[in-house]
Design a protein around this ligand. Sequence first.
Ligand code: NAD
Length: 437
Amino acid sequence: MSRNHDQEPEHSLLDDALSRLKDIFDRLDVADDVRARLAQPALALQVGIPVRMDDGRLEVFTGWRVHYDTTRGPAKGGIRFHPAVNREEVMTLAFWMAIKCAVVDLPFGGGKGGVAVDPKKLSRLELERLSRGYMRAVADIVGPDRDIPAPDVNTNPTVMGWMADEYDAIMRRQQRAVITGKPLALGGSPGRVESTGRGALQVLDMWAKREGRKPADTTVAVQGFGNAGYHFARLAHERGYRVVAVSDSKGAIYDAEGLSPEPIWRHKNESRELKGMVYCEESVLCECDRTTVMSQDELLALDVDVLVLAALEDQIHADNVGDVRAALVLEIANGPVTSEADDELAKRGIPVLPDVLANTGGVIVSHLEWVQNRIGEQWDEDTVNARMAERIAREAERVMDRAAKDEVSYRTAAYLQGIGRIAEAIEQRGTASDFGS
Ligand code: NAD
């Protein structure tokens, strides 16, 4: 592979993400130690992963595993397989994970992993070899008490199962709590697959209740019809919201009267089964009555009540923020709105329910999976959903109350909560003032 992954992109995702911290540090009046500690990741490992391809060639893929901050507990964060993954993106995603875990008070720090690969171009066996190879490459820095990976974009329970199995083989013992988002039969948790969508819907419900909005009068457009976006759309539809548009990497569909997410998803899955692949080649662009096909950009500019961003980072930026007409933006993806666009939305009075609060359902159920693995139990789905709902209700309520009381955005309120907790943990370990300076 000829790409130089050390070259940081001109527009620095990490700098943009870190730029949000200055105001938060000032408001919290944190010790200098905290500012210094959170300015860079604790550990960033780059690996070359040799994979024997089906035609006999050896291909070496570049991968990363990053621990951003582990003051509050072992690193926690997904593994992404995507051609555009790079070191900087993985560091930024790990940074957001640290904040997210602290916002909902989980005993975890922030981690993330990724491999620069287009997994749709691999056979199933090549994908398995890559997944196992990744685990072999990073095994020294993961573990139930060190760093617990999970699925992210283009990785799923099957991939987690292969990685967990490889870890057991390396350690020569069963260590189920090393990875979450596993298949149920390998120690996965009921409710994990839909947890991110379910949690995001709960946060939206809480907002709607405060605003006196009824689901039936609320239209929703969803960018990204993958694991997180689909389950959100399905549950929102069941709850009575009018999901009028969804998009994926190939295009978007719109129906003013409301779409039914399940048949659209089935259409994708049928194509997947027909092809016998782990990944679906098809799009949401199925034949449905009444639907209008539009571009992904048109979906972002729809006049809807809620614009849900569930694809990738950097989707709303300086060049297209002016097109957004929604009354609320709900971030399920990590970092889908740049800080510049965020300021612009704030100026226009469009609130954003931020990623570090709205997409925490997944990591909360991952924590519950880790707990179940460690105590040797498997709970039923109702128990898992109830525990998740309890945590989101408590922590989201705190964020929303703080936003109202301090007259700040939901993002600022969530960062104050998360960074406040991380800062307290760092300060409890001792700061410059304890050492006489
Ligand atoms: P996924 O791969 O299952 O789905 C991503 C979807 O986005 C796909 O349908 C893809 O076609 C679509 N997409 C890509 N580019 C697009 C574009 N330009 N316009 C419209 N759609 C586009 O991934 P996922 O697991 O659903 O994750 C989506 C986002 O949510 C990521 O940012 C991820 O980090 C975040 N997230 C996921 C979870 C989880 O549990 N799955 C938890 C927290 C956060």
